[in-house]
Ligand binder design. Structure first.
Ligand code: GLN
Length: 270
């Protein structure tokens, strides 16, 4: 039977991806691969690897093949029902955590939670926070609920379209959302990882601003006086999102740059 030392150089994947897939197939830590590269690999494991390798070569994202992605230092399960958490979204989490720092038992709402990465990370960073997370997709909510349970985050989940998921009269200190913001005509939707991610989490089927218009227009009914609404948005959407917020009466409207220097998060106070 072939050993890893013989099998690994033959892979058509970048070395780090090949290693991650072998770790996943064999359910071993990375150090094992190095220490035991002379151990025979069963035909079943070889077969499992070949299948994952060909899916990866066809463009399927690593996170879906492995079933998880790291975000804010936590491991989030993902499935093709949810958007894969992105590093730039950590900025929205960090902003929300700052905003609620001095509020006792702050009430936080995450609209369109997907994997739950934002809501769960906020709840873990501030265990006093009362975090509610919504999604229209039941499949996504299942993934998010699983993540909250496994990571020990007290998040309340509700199914429905944006504010419709909420019980009447519920108000929050901070609302956050990373809604679908890619314009329908953006060619990126047919490229790379995005081809495999749920369209409903990526595009509004419109100009990319439909979700912002909707969420901004409903915000006053769901925010305490002085409460904040913060969004993640696309690389060129900061001016449009800020204008929507200002037109709706938000103050202290500002945009924040992500680690790549792109204005990625915008929000303000009501
Ligand atoms: N950040 C994602 C991307 O551009 C889009 C996510 C979204 O629409 N919220 O790949």
């Amino acid at each position: 039977m072939a050993t890893l030392r013989e099998l690994m150089p033959g892979s058509r994947l970048p070395r780090f991806e090949s290693r991650m897939l072998w770790q996943h197939v064999l359910q071993v830590p990375r150090s094992w691969l190095i220490a035991h590269d002379d151990k025979p690999i069963s035909p079943e494991a070889q077969q499992a690897y070949v299948q994952l390798e060909s899916r990866r070569l066809a463009g399927e994202p690593m996170a879906y093949l492995l079933g998880y992605r790291e975000f804010m230092g936590h491991r989030f399960d993902v499935s093709p029902s949810v958007l894969i958490p992105r590093p730039e979204t950590e900025l929205l989490v960090e902003t929300a955590v700052q905003l609620i720092r001095d509020i006792p038992s702050p009430a936080v709402l995450d609209l369109g939670t997907g994997s739950g990465a934002i809501a769960v990370s906020i709840a873990l960073a501030n265990p006093d926070a009362q975090v509610v997370a919504t999604d229209v997709s039941l499949a996504a909510l299942k993934v998010a609920q699983g993540n909250a349970r496994r990571l020990g985050a007290a998040v309340q989940f509700a199914q429905g379209s944006w504010y419709q998921a909420l019980p009447p009269g519920k108000v929050f200190d901070v609302i956050v959302s990373n809604p679908p913001y890619i314009p329908k005509i953006d060619p990126h939707l047919a490229q790379g990882d995005l081809r495999f991610e749920p369209a409903i989490a990526l595009t509004d089927g419109d100009d990319g601003l439909a979700a912002y218009r909707h969420i901004v227009s409903g915000a006053s009914a769901h925010l305490h006086d002085g409460g904040a609404l913060y969004f993640e948005h696309g690389w060129d959407q900061a001016p449009a999102v800020c204008e929507l917020l200002q037109q709706a009466g938000f103050r202290q409207v500002r945009s924040l740059p992500d680690l790549a220097g792109i204005l990625r998060v915008s929000g303000g106070h009501l």
